[in-house]
Design a protein around this ligand. Structure first.
Ligand SMILES: Cc1cc2nc3c(=O)[nH]c(=O)nc-3n(C[C@H](O)[C@H](O)[C@H](O)COP(=O)(O)OP(=O)(O)OC[C@H]3O[C@@H](n4cnc5c(N)ncnc54)[C@H](O)[C@@H]3O)c2cc1C
Length: 265
């Protein structure tokens, strides 16, 4: 990829250092980190690719923690997607533009209080939570961490080994770290084939029928629950509606609330 005058003013050209394919369409990749790049766990980068057809820029949540030497991202190839049809061809050693500025408000410091942090994700929306959990701050701030990952098929449940290891061994640097629970759900596997460890159904269904709270052994409440929602905009809109009905409000700049959201499209 050639240096592009437009891109170079706001971005630096970084190198892809590793690539891991979870499935045909899901992958994790790492890049070199721009000099002086700093972000809060949960934020996203804007990255660009340019070829003879021009530049395309898209948002990607960092899955790496702020202290890590490289940046890591978790992505999906969207069929016919303008950006991902280019991204899918990249290999370690290839270049990608990364904007110098970082973005986003899916960060734990948005919550001024609360005891239980619920991190609800569909598909690649788990990305910000990987970064958040790799960072010590959240383990100190909350009593319970409940990560809910909902996907269509079980093979899309990426990062399982690392998350399960975190659950067994929370950061040793914290005297009384939060207790992490990981609740996984699939929507397209036959319910009868689901192992007991997993739930079956959409996040909204599992909240409405009480299964999510039952599985966690923790109730969703205005006083204790703080909730992050990330991924599919339909899940976010529908969950937002349910939370409103339960008396919860979004966190606003100057107003404390119970939930924050990030739509991926
Ligand atoms: C704040 C923010 C953070 C994001 N972080 C990530 C991330 O960490 N990983 C990631 O893979 N994507 C992420 N996205 C989505 C990403 O920016 C692109 O939209 C995605 O890569 C598709 O780009 P494209 O040009 O290939 O597809 P486009 O031609 O732009 O097609 C867009 C369509 O693709 C579908 N789509 C887009 N993103 C996804 C997705 N993640 N999962 C399923 N379907 C999708 C939707 O139907 C959408 O209408 C994020 C988006 C936002 C706004």
């Amino acid at each position: 990829m050639n240096a592009d005058p437009h891109a170079s003013q706001k971005a630096t050209q970084e190198t892809i250092t590793s690539l891991h394919r979870w499935t045909d369409s899901l992958f994790t990749f790492t890049t070199t980190k721009p000099d002086g790049y700093s972000f809060t766990a949960g934020q996203y980068a804007r990255m660009g690719l340019s070829d003879e057809r021009g530049e395309v820029w898209r948002a990607y949540s960092m899955t790496s923690a702020p202290h890590e030497e490289q940046l890591e991202f978790y992505g999906i190839v969207v069929e016919g997607g303008l950006f991902t049809s280019r991204l899918r061809k990249l290999e370690p050693g290839d270049s990608i533009w990364i904007e110098k500025q970082t973005y986003g408000f899916m960060t734990v410091d948005r919550f001024v209080d609360g005891e239980d942090l619920w991190m609800l994700a569909t598909g690649t929306g788990i990305g910000p939570y990987i970064s958040i959990l790799r960072d010590a701050f959240v383990w100190e701030k909350f009593r319970n961490l409940i990560l809910v990952h909902c996907v269509r098929h079980a093979n899309e449940l990426a990062y399982q080994n690392e998350l399960d290891a975190m659950q067994r061994r929370p950061p040793a640097t914290i005297a009384t770290p939060a207790r992490l629970q990981i609740i996984r759900s699939t929507t397209r596997e036959a319910a009868l084939l689901e192992p007991a460890a997993r739930l079956h159904g959409r996040i909204t269904t599992l909240i409405n029928n009480g299964e999510l709270e039952k599985k966690a052994g923790i109730a969703l409440s205005v006083s204790a629950s703080r909730i992050m929602l990330c991924g599919n905009p339909v899940m976010i809109e529908d969950t937002r509606h349910i939370l409103h009905q339960r008396g919860m409000r979004p966190v606003r700049r100057a107003l404390p609330g119970q939930f924050v959201t990030e739509n991926y499209w």
